[in-house]
Write a protein that binds this ligand. Structure first.
Ligand SMILES: Nc1ncnc2c1ncn2[C@@H]1O[C@H](COP(=O)(O)OP(=O)(O)O)[C@@H](O)[C@H]1O
Ligand SMILES: [Mg+2]
Length: 343
C-alpha cells in the first residue's frame, strides 16, 4: 500500500522509508495535527518492528489517550504488553504533573524547616497551574522514559499530542538546561536559599517568607540544593543530547494532503530544525488512491496542489505516502494489516 513517487527532489524512492528509519533509530517521535493519523501510523511502525523481532515500546503523550482506543483495551501509565515484542503506555499529563509536584514538594519539605511546610504546600498548590508546569513535568517524564527505555528496548516510539504542543516540548530541554545552568551559576556566586525557592516555583511571596530562615543551617542545604539542580540539569541535557543526535532520534511529521496540515507541517519542521531536532521524513497519510473513479481523481489532483506547496517550502525532506483505507483502523489485527502499508 505504500506509495512512493518520482517527484524530483522529493526523492524518497523507497517503499521502506518509514521502516528504514525505525530500523536505524532508537527513538522516534510522531507529531502533527489532530486526526491525521499519528497514533495509527506510529503504532503500525512500532508493530512492524516488533514483528521483525525488535523489542519496542510505544508511548503516547497525548492526553486524548489514543492508544487505548486504537488497541481497544485499557492502557495506563505503566507499560502493558500488546504482543510479543511490543509494550505500550499512555502518559497522563495530569498524573504526571501530580507526581512531579509530589516529588518537588517532598524535596522542599526535606530542605525546609517544619514550620514552613504548610506554606510550601500552599505554594505548590498554586504553582500547579502555572504556565509551563505541565510541559516541564511531561518533559521530565519523557526524558526519564528515554533514559530507562534506551537500554531495555531496541526502539522507543512516541505518539505525541498535536503539533504546537510537541514543538514546545522539543525546545524545552534547551530552556530547562539553560535555566538550571543559570541557577547553578548564580548559586555558586550568591548563596541565597530564597533564590532557589523562588526560581523553583517562580513565586516571590514564598521567597520573601523564606529569606528569614536563609541564615543558619545553610551549608548542608546548599549542597543538597546543588545536588538536586545538578541532577535535574543532567537529566535535561542528557535528553537534549539524545534527541538532537540524528543517528539516535528522528521526528516524523504526519499530515494529510490538505491545506492546513501542509501549512502546519512547514511551520513545525522549521521549529524542529531551529531546536536541533532531525526530521526523518514526512508521512502523507490518507492519500486518495489513483484510478478509483472521477471523484478520487479530482481529490488526488487537489492533493497534488497542496503537496507542491509543501515541496516548495521543504524540498529536501523524504516523503512517505499512505493511501486512504476503506476502513478505520481499530484493534491489533487492523493495525497489523495497516502496518503492511509502511512495509
Ligand atoms: N490511511 C488511513 N485510512 C483510513 N483511515 C485512517 C487512515 N489513517 C488513520 N485513519 C483513521 O483516522 C482516524 C484518526 O487517526 P489517528 O491515528 O487517531 O490520528 P491522530 O493520532 O493524528 O489524531 C482514526 O479513526 C483512524 O482509524
Ligand atoms: Mg492520536
Amino acid at each position: 500500500m505504500a506509495h512512493s513517487h518520482g517527484n524530483g527532489a522529493l526523492a524518497s524512492g523507497s517503499y521502506k522509508l518509514l521502516l528504514d528509519l525505525a530500523r536505524s533509530r532508537k527513538v522516534l517521535f510522531f507529531g502533527g495535527k489532530g486526526g491525521v493519523g499519528k497514533t495509527t501510523v506510529s503504532a503500525a511502525t512500532a508493530l512492524a518492528r516488533a514483528n521483525e523481532g525488535a523489542k519496542v515500546i510505544l508511548i503516547s503523550t497525548d492526553p486524548a489517550h489514543n492508544l487505548g482506543h486504537l488497541f481497544d483495551r485499557k492502557i495506563g501509565p505503566r507499560p502493558v504488553r500488546i504482543m510479543a515484542g511490543l509494550d505500550a503506555l499512555e502518559l497522563d499529563p495530569d498524573n504526571t504533573v501530580d507526581a512531579h509536584m509530589r516529588e518537588v514538594s517532598s524535596a522542599l519539605h526535606e530542605l525546609m524547616p517544619v514550620n514552613l511546610h504548610k506554606e510550601i504546600d500552599k505554594h505548590m498548590l498554586l504553582s500547579r497551574g502555572a504556565p509551563g508546569m505541565q510541559e516541564a513535568a511531561l518533559l521530565e517524564r519523557i526524558a526519564e522514559l528515554v533514559e530507562e527505555g534506551i537500554n531495555e528496548y531496541d526502539l522507543i516510539v512516541f505518539d505525541t499530542a498535536p503539533s504546537g504542543h510537541t514543538a514546545r516540548l522539543m525546545v524545552l530541554p534547551e530552556m530547562m538546561t539553560a535555566w538550571t545552568e543559570g541557577l547553578i551559576k548564580r548559586r555558586e556566586k550568591a548563596d541565597r536559599f530564597a533564590e532557589f525557592v523562588r526560581d523553583l516555583g517562580r513565586d516571590s511571596t514564598m521567597a520573601e517568607k523564606t529569606v528569614g530562615v536563609a541564615g543558619s543551617m545553610e551549608q548542608e542545604r546548599e549542597s543538597k540544593i546543588r545536588r538536586i539542580l545538578h541532577r535535574r540539569r543532567q537529566k535535561f541535557s542528557g535528553f537534549r543530547d539524545r534527541v538532537s543526535d540524528e543517528e539516535t532520534t528522528s521526528f516524523i511529521i504526519v499530515l494529510a494532503a490538505e491545506r492546513l496540515p501542509v501549512l502546519e507541517t512547514i511551520e513545525l519542521s522549521e521549529q524542529l530544525k531551529r531546536s536541533g531536532v532531525n526530521v526523518g521524513c514526512l508521512v502523507v497519510n490518507k492519500r486518495a488512491p489513483a484510478n478509483s473513479g472521477d471523484f478520487l481523481d479530482e481529490r488526488r489532483a487537489q492533493e497534488e496542489i497542496h503537496l507542491s506547496t509543501l515541496i516548495d517550502a521543504i524540498p529536501l525532506l523524504p516523503r512517505h505516502d499512505i493511501f486512504l483505507q476503506a476502513q478505520d483502523v481499530v484493534g491489533l489485527a487492523a493495525v497489523a494489516t495497516f502496518s503492511t502499508a509502511i512495509s
